[in-house]
Design a protein around this ligand. Structure first.
Ligand code: SAJ
Length: 423
């Protein structure tokens, strides 16, 4: 790829892996005038995009794929051969035995088979420290080409589902490289669509930064969860405590909740913990944070069982967090599993349309709430923030709200006769 071609967008970008990151990145690149080839082994994803629709529920995504043409294929070799820039956005799942790098390794092996001079290869998937130099670079060099003949960078994603398109274009980014030329080329590429700052560093620093930033969030949430548990014992409103503590210019406590779901924060924290262990250092704070966050579903289940009489109970929110249609590692699923023998459970989630994990999910809020003993808010969907408390108070048999996300206006709810329990 000649850097000058970037200005005229006369380069083709191949994206390997059309999950949340790859799909939203493809949309932003299309919007910024690039020719994009999206590649995924999942045929239904490819077919959906071929018809101008999108499998990822994210605002404006459907519109972009409807307006701009994306080439999509399941053929990885073809994608690599036809692209000047190849971006790897496949998953790196976590198993009890450790990180699963097979998707990244397979992608790199195919890239190596089809590598030619002046191609730019970018990894955006989250990686354990040392992977770029000891795994990715080694595989790409087996093509017979050396760094400098092709370009290589690690640019970890920082996309917050629910605001992905804005974040890709506005967040600052870390670019990890092992040679100067790759840094120049990669920075020029990202500067064509990223308005945030671009920071050049080494592979290892970039790998470490990604794990540190998500572990920071995970540990922060664990502290908030512990503070919320103490506030409950003291009869203090944890939401007020955290909001007022955050008025300090250097305090940024996150919100307590029913647990930390999603694919990334629990996984990235465990990636970092493994590095500590490999280096023979015990990370007490990460271990304690995992214990705290993993215990939250149990804590919420006990709160429910101790506060709500048997019978019908209404669960609001199955997604792992607000305004997304994603249930990966959702704390809601864990709480429901723990209380299912005690109640007749009705679940509402406007984003999750299917019978999911054996749980019947309704999008009819009145049906879910009618004659119910309690509402348990497990996901901070905006629709629940502004729920019509007066109207729903007339539907309920018992007026109890367990608000695990602290999103309900407690005083207003109490004025309609609700008893509100929060974390
Ligand atoms: N959570 C709390 N309290 C908070 C914030 C979050 O309990 O104050 C919970 C959420 O409910 C959720 C979990 O933590 O269950 C994680 O939510 P999150 O918004 O902190 O982060 P994620 O899981 O959405 O992380 C995403 C990831 N990106 C993608 O999945 C494409 C991650 O790789 C990004 O680094 C991260 O956003 C980000 O914020 O950059």
């Amino acid at each position: 790829m000649v850097v000058e071609k970037l200005a005229s967008r006369d380069v083709t970008v191949g994206i390997l892996g059309l999950g949340y990151v790859g799909t939203t990145l493809a949309a932003v690149l299309l919007k910024n005038g690039f020719k994009v080839v999206g590649c995924d082994i999942n045929k239904s994803i490819v077919e959906t995009l071929k018809h101008g629709c999108c499998h990822i529920k994210e605002k404006n995504l459907d519109h972009i794929f409807n307006k701009y043409k994306i080439d999509v294929t399941t053929d990885v070799d073809l994608t690599v051969r036809n692209s000047d820039i190849v971006i790897v956005t496949v998953q790196t799942p976590w198993f009890s035995s450790g990180p699963d790098l097979s998707y990244v390794i397979n992608a790199c092996k195919t890239i190596s088979k089809n590598l030619s001079k002046r191609k730019l290869i970018i990894i955006e998937s989250t990686l354990p420290i040392g992977t770029m130099r000891n795994v990715v670079l080694k595989i790409l060099k087996s093509s017979g080409l050396n760094l400098g003949e092709f370009y290589l960078a690690y640019v970890p994603e920082r996309i917050l589902p629910g605001n992905a398109l804005y974040e890709i274009e506005h967040n600052s980014r870390i670019i990890g490289v092992a040679d100067e030329e790759s840094g120049i080329v990669t920075k020029k590429f990202y500067s064509t669509f990223v308005k945030g700052k671009l920071y050049l560093t080494s592979f290892e620093i970039a790998e470490m930064v990604k794990l540190v930033e998500n572990t920071y969030r995970y540990v922060n949430i664990a502290l908030s969860n512990e503070i919320a548990i103490l506030c409950k014992k003291l009869g203090l409103n944890s939401k007020e405590v955290i909001e007022l503590a955050n008025t300090h210019p250097r305090v940024n406590l996150l919100n307590p909740g029913p647990g930390v779901g999603g694919e990334c924060l629990p996984k990235d924290t465990r990636f970092l913990l493994k590095v500590f262990e490999e280096m023979g250092i015990e990370s007490k704070i990460i271990k304690a944070s995992i214990m705290i966050n993993e215990s939250m579903p149990e804590y919420i289940a006990e709160l429910i069982i101790n506060s709500v009489p048997k019978g019908k109970i209404s669960i609001l929110g199955l997604a792992y967090k607000g305004n997304v249609a994603d249930i990966r590692n959702s704390p809601s699923l864990k709480v429901i599993r723990k209380i299912k023998d005690h109640y007749n459970i009705y679940v509402h989630d406007p984003y999750i349309k299917i019978n999911c994990n054996g749980i019947k999910v309704s999008d009819n809020l009145e049906e879910v709430l009618k004659d119910s003993n309690a509402i348990v808010i497990l996901t901070d969907h905006d629709i629940y923030r502004y729920i019509d408390l007066n109207k729903i108070s007339k539907l309920m048999k018992n007026k109890i709200i367990i608000d695990t996300r602290n999103i309900i206006n407690k005083k207003l709810a109490e004025s309609y006769g609700f008893k509100v329990l929060s974390v």
